[in-house]
Write a protein of this length. Structure first.
Length: 116
């Protein structure tokens, strides 16, 4: 190791930098697959939000695996319930002067936490 010249060290370093790279097609395919999985996961999360507004299925897993669910109708029911609860909370919080709740009352997910 001590007998190595500076030129040999540079050559070793340059060989290390020239490591084989994966083809761009494989990288693009992996990115597309990740994007597809992410989209599927987001769709499942949106569908899971609608689970509490239906009465047909007893389990979340059964609800998520079903293809006969009318998502548009459940989205309308969810929006209606959120709007009703938002008005109720607004009245209560204005009486109590609850500033944090009034600041976040426009957020659907925040209001949905109060729906039982």
């Amino acid at each position: 190791m001590e007998n190595i010249t500076a030129e040999e060290i540079k050559e070793i370093i340059s060989r290390r930098k020239k490591a084989a790279r994966r083809p761009q097609a494989i990288i693009d395919a992996e990115k597309a697959e990740k994007a597809k999985k992410k989209a599927e996961k987001e769709a499942a999360e949106e569908k899971a939000k609608l689970f509490r507004y239906q009465n047909k299925y007893k389990t979340l897993k059964g609800f998520l695996n079903s293809s006969s669910v009318d998502l548009e109708a459940l989205q309308l029911v969810r929006a209606q319930k959120i709007a009703e609860k938002r008005e109720q909370l607004r009245k209560n919080w204005e009486k109590q002067e609850y500033s944090y709740g009034l600041e976040n009352i426009g957020n659907d997910e925040f209001v949905e936490k109060y729906i039982r």
